[in-house]
Design a protein around this ligand. Structure first.
Ligand code: NAP
Length: 293
């Protein structure tokens, strides 16, 4: 069993981005600038935005954090996004989800200029991804593809089982893995809460992407020897022995599944850091497009 170490792979990507950003600075060109919008004070969202802003600093990008109270109206939030769309210095806009219930995720996402939609959630970018056209691929599935690339995981002809069909993880990764590309060229089965024979399907998988948000759901009896496991799940479980008061649990029972796997991501330290590295790559590319205009 070998570890798909997201921290190491993400560091390699960040090291390269740092060099490329220093090169832009040396040439007197515009530096990448990410604007992160946070609504309310959800603990997990605060942590994710802080990590993204810190990662920007690490590689020499500019970043702006814009915070709003939970009760901000949808119209006001949309106005703020339009302002960021019109700001030529901003290359990437991310709005941390989930948003409060009175605000429509779809309206917010589809108000972001697709050319600044570095989270890759805008319908235009999703459409481009489906057609294998250049656009922004959403950060978590893109991060998983970069992880496969980094560790040279053979995907061609493999049976990939994706558990979860959300717009941000399950569905896009199922499309990317099925594309005629490398990584890609998998035969993909996508499963969800209504799938009847999940265990039987998982037992046929060469690659399992677990993206459910159900801690330790995938157990050793559900996987075959030599499987590649990507555990996307992050669930916070109370743990008074931890300084933070919680521990992170993946969707896979690591202790029992790891010995049967050829490769497996840990939680934390697997998909999470790759998501941030992918977001940085998208932001750099958005800026590079402007530098060439
Ligand atoms: P989501 O929107 O809640 O979707 C969960 C999916 O799992 C749904 O499609 C659901 O099926 C399916 N599901 C739930 N229970 C199931 C079961 N018992 N059997 C089979 N399928 C089941 O979640 P998400 O946003 O995709 O996130 C999934 C997990 O990934 C969460 O833990 C989240 O925190 C984590 N995540 C991590 C990162 C990262 O960077 N590491 C990024 C994003 C998300 P239905 O469609 O039928 O309801």
């Amino acid at each position: 069993m070998q570890i798909l170490d997201g921290r190491k792979a993400a560091q390699a990507i960040k090291d390269k981005l740092k060099l490329n950003t220093a090169q832009l600075a040396a040439e007197g060109k515009k530096l990448p600038h990410l604007a992160a919008v946070l609504v309310g004070s959800n603990g997990a969202s605060e942590t994710y935005v802080a990590a993204k802003v810190k990662a920007c600093e690490e590689v020499g990008f500019k970043s702006t954090q814009i915070r709003f109270e939970e009760k901000i109206s949808e119209i006001k939030l949309l106005d703020q996004i339009k302002e960021l769309n019109n700001n030529p210095d901003v290359d990437g806009i991310l709005v941390q989800l989930p948003l409060p219930e009175h605000i429509s995720d779809a309206s917010v996402i589809n108000t972001i200029d697709p050319d600044k939609d570095v989270d890759g959630f805008h319908s235009v970018n999703v459409g481009k991804m489906i057609q294998s056209l250049p656009g922004f691929i959403s950060a978590t599935p893109y991060g998983i593809m970069l992880l496969f690339e980094h560790y040279k995981i053979e995907t061609k002809g493999k049976h990939a089982v994706v558990i979860g069909r959300s717009n941000i993880v399950g569905r896009p990764i199922s499309i990317l893995l099925s594309n005629n590309a490398n990584p890609g060229n998998c035969t993909v089965t996508i499963c969800h809460s209504q799938t009847k024979n999940l265990k039987e399907i998982c037992l046929q998988a060469d690659i399992i992407i677990a993206a459910m948000g159900r801690p330790e759901f995938v157990t050793a009896d559900m996987v075959k020897e030599g499987v590649v496991i990507v555990d996307v799940g992050i669930t916070r479980e109370m743990d008074e022995t931890k300084k933070s008061g919680f521990r992170l649990k993946g969707d896979v029972h690591f202790e029992t599944v790891a010995p049967k796997s050829s490769w497996i991501t840990p939680v934390p330290g697997g998909v999470g850091p790759m998501t941030i590295a992918a977001l940085l790559k998208n932001t750099f590319r958005s800026c590079a497009m402007k530098n060439h205009e």
